[in-house]
Design a protein around this ligand. Structure first.
Ligand code: GLV
Ligand code: MN
Length: 224
C-alpha cells in the first residue's frame, strides 16, 4: 500500500511547528522595536496612540535629535534638596519610539530622590559628583544598597522601588538612563497620600496600621 506524504509527518513534529509559531518571541527591550529609522514625536498631535505620532519627515530638522536640557544644574531649593530634569520623549521628542531616555539629578547636601519606581523601565545611573547612598528593594523585600562616588554606576531592575540620598559633604550629581522613551515614575508618598481623588483614609489606616490623624497629617503634606 502506498503511503501519502502527509501521513508521514509525526504529530510531535506538527506540535513543535505550532508551538514555535504561536509562542511569543522573547523581547529584551522595555519598549517595542522600531519599524522605521525615527519617528520624532509630534507633541501637538490631536490623536492618541501607544507612543506619539510622528512629525512629517519634511518637518524634521537636525535640532530634533539634540537636547541641551540636561546641561543645566537644577534648582535644589525645595523640601527634598533635589532636582530631577527629565530627558524623555516629552522634553526631547526625538526619542519617540527609540526605547531610551535619560535624567539629570542634582542634590544639595543631604538631598533625597525619594522612594519611587519606574513601571516601564530598568534604570542605570552614574555618579558624576559627590557621595550618594543608592538602593532598591526587591520583591522579596531585600534592601540592596551601597554608597557610591564619582565614576561608579548602579542599576535598578524594572519596577523596583529605589532612592538616592546625598550622604557627602557637598553637592552631588548623577545621570540616569532608561530602556524606555517614557519610563514613568511612581513616587510612593505622593501616590498614596496625594492622589486625586484621595485614597480613602480607612484604606490607609488599615494598610499602615496607624490612627487616622497620622494619615491626615501625611496627606496634608502631599495634597495639591
Ligand atoms: C533616579 O532614580 C531617576 O529616576 O532618575
Ligand atoms: Mn529612578
Amino acid at each position: 500500500m502506498e503511503i501519502s506524504p502527509t501521513s508521514q509527518i509525526s504529530p510531535l513534529f506538527c506540535l513543535t511547528i505550532v508551538l514555535v509559531l504561536v509562542l511569543p518571541i522573547p523581547s529584551y527591550s522595555a519598549d517595542p522595536d522600531l519599524l522605521q529609522d525615527f519617528c520624532v514625536g509630534d507633541l501637538k498631535a490631536a490623536i492618541t496612540i501607544n507612543g506619539l505620532p510622528c512629525k512629517p519627515a519634511s518637518e524634521v530638522t537636525p535640532d530634533d535629535f539634540f537636547f541641551d536640557g540636561l546641561s543645566k544644574e537644577g534648582n535644589t531649593s525645595n523640601q527634598y534638596g533635589m532636582s530631577l530634569t527629565p530627558g524623555n520623549v516629552l522634553t526631547f521628542p526625538g526619542l519617540n519610539t527609540l526605547g531610551i531616555s535619560m535624567n539629570r539629578v542634582d542634590f544639595a547636601p543631604g538631598g533625597l530622590n525619594a522612594p519611587h519606581s519606574h513601571p516601564r523601565a530598568t534604570e542605570s545611573g552614574i555618579i558624576i559628583e559627590g557621595r550618594l547612598l543608592v538602593g532598591f528593594v526587591s520583591t522579596d523585600n531585600v534592601f540592596y544598597s551601597k554608597v557610591l562616588t564619582a565614576g561608579q554606576m548602579f542599576v535598578v531592575p524594572k519596577g523596583l522601588v529605589h532612592f538616592q540620598k546625598n550622604v557627602g559633604e557637598g553637592k552631588a550629581l548623577i545621570f540616569t538612563a532608561f530602556n524606555s522613551h517614557l519610563p514613568g515614575s511612581v513616587r510612593l508618598a505622593t501616590t498614596l497620600f496625594g492622589a486625586t481623588p484621595a485614597i480613602p483614609n480607612d484604606v490607609l489606616t488599615e494598610a499602615f496600621q496607624v490612627e487616622e490623624d497620622v494619615i491626615n497629617e501625611i496627606k496634608a503634606k502631599f495634597s495639591s
